[in-house]
Design a protein around this ligand. Structure first.
Ligand SMILES: O=c1[nH]cnc2c1ncn2[C@H]1C[C@H](O)[C@@H](CO)O1
Ligand SMILES: [Zn+2]
Length: 362
């Protein structure tokens, strides 16, 4: 008999997460402790419970720009190697405890240089933290593997340096590159040199696009920059028309995205906060999944968006009625789209994902 689908059982299901920001997923207690240790006095609250509520409500702003302002406080307490390693280790532990078996976690190294760390010191500290967290998760009976994506911030002009950094650490579990930050006014083509360099290096990258800005940003990300995946990509629905009789028409860009199986890193809770979608029921993920786009489900920022991978799956189950077969489909989509080698992706699909869902399906 099939196991009922609810938050507790979803936690047991193997899950894959491709879009999660390291500086968007700190434990509130850790923020409070790190702030006290490093003398950061500008936290809106010292109490972790109040802090947790503050992040979720401040991020629930209706605009990406306001949402991003909340990161000032997490970034402020992540300026030493010890703090970076701790945050990374806890991230791995928390994801593993939620049943995530493979995650790609991203962050922008350039944000952690306020106290003089070099980019290499930052990457090494985070990688050590992830390895430590993977070991601690294993000791607690959970298997997780974390790949890292390095982000360049769209509003800065350091994408070349960060792309080189990602390539330098490609054999140390840095699996790719991304650009993040405010979308309007900062088209991805500003970073063309970095993307061309990455392509010459046969390196992987995704681009935040089609979140706060429409189709032109998706088109540029794919056709000018060569992105392999789209961070969010929700606005692709602007190129899909549904007639009154229900007939669906895909424009050229939407067709391209679906035909080429371009993975969409969709982050429903985050999109509700930034105004990219009005409600989960109206979120384009429903239509895009129905049309069999390569949809993946992600958290974006577990702290600001007050969510978890299991929570996102549970909300989708409640809103769209998705069952285990659908949740497995999202998970396999994500694993197929990961920036890990083909053989390693296949191993996780065959050894962890399929048996995990088979047991739940009964
Ligand atoms: O959803 C997002 N869109 C664009 N940028 C984002 C989003 N979530 C987080 N960021 C930014 C803020 C972080 O400081 C940075 C790197 O993780 O990425
Ligand atoms: Zn993001």
């Amino acid at each position: 008999m099939s196991t009922p689908v609810n938050l507790d059982t979803i936690r047991l299901a193997p899950k894959v997460l491709l879009h999660d920001h390291l500086d968007g997923g700190l434990r509130p207690e850790t923020i409070a402790e790190l702030a006290a240790e490093c003398g950061y006095a500008d936290l809106p609250h010292d109490d972790p419970v109040a802090l947790e509520e503050w992040f979720a409500s401040a991020a629930d702003s209706g605009s990406l720009e306001l949402y991003l302002q909340t990161f000032t406080h997490t970034v402020a307490v992540m300026q030493t190697p010890e703090a970076l390693s701790r945050v990374a280790a806890e991230c791995a532990e928390d994801l593993a405890a939620d049943g995530v078996v493979y995650a790609e976690v991203r962050y922008a190294p350039e944000l952690f240089q306020e106290r003089g760390l070099t980019l290499d010191e930052i990457v090494r500290a985070v990688q050590e933290g992830f390895r430590d967290g993977e070991r601690r998760a294993a000791a607690a009976g959970r298997t997780i593997r974390i790949g890292t994506l390095l982000c360049a911030m769209r509003q800065n002009a350091r994408s070349g340096e960060i792309a080189e950094l990602a390539v330098r650490y490609r054999d140390a579990e840095v699996v790719g590159f991304d650009i993040a930050g405010p979308e309007a006014g900062f088209p991805p083509t500003r970073n063309l040199d970095a993307f061309e360099y990455l392509r010459r290096q046969n390196a992987h990258f995704t681009i935040h696009a089609g979140e706060a800005f429409g189709l032109p940003s998706i088109w540029e990300a794919l056709q000018h920059c060569g992105a392999e995946r789209l961070g969010h990509g929700v606005r692709i629905v602007d190129d899909i028309r549904v007639d009154d009789d229900g007939e669906v028409h895909l424009g050229r860009l939407a067709s391209y995205v679906r035909d080429r199986r371009i993975p969409l890193e969709m982050c429903p809770s985050s999109n509700l906060q930034t105004g990219a979608a009005k409600s989960l029921a109206e979120h384009p993920i429903g239509m895009l999944a129905r049309l069999r786009f390569r949809v993946t489900v992600n958290t974006d920022n577990r702290l600001m968006s007050h969510c978890s991978m299991s929570g996102e799956f549970a909300a989708l189950h409640e809103t769209f009625g998705y069952g285990w077969a659908d949740l497995q489909w999202f998970t396999v989509n994500a694993m197929k789209s990961a920036f890990l080698g083909f053989d390693e992706r296949l191993e996780i699909i065959n050894d962890q994902i399929k048996p995990g869902y088979a047991a739940l399906l009964g």
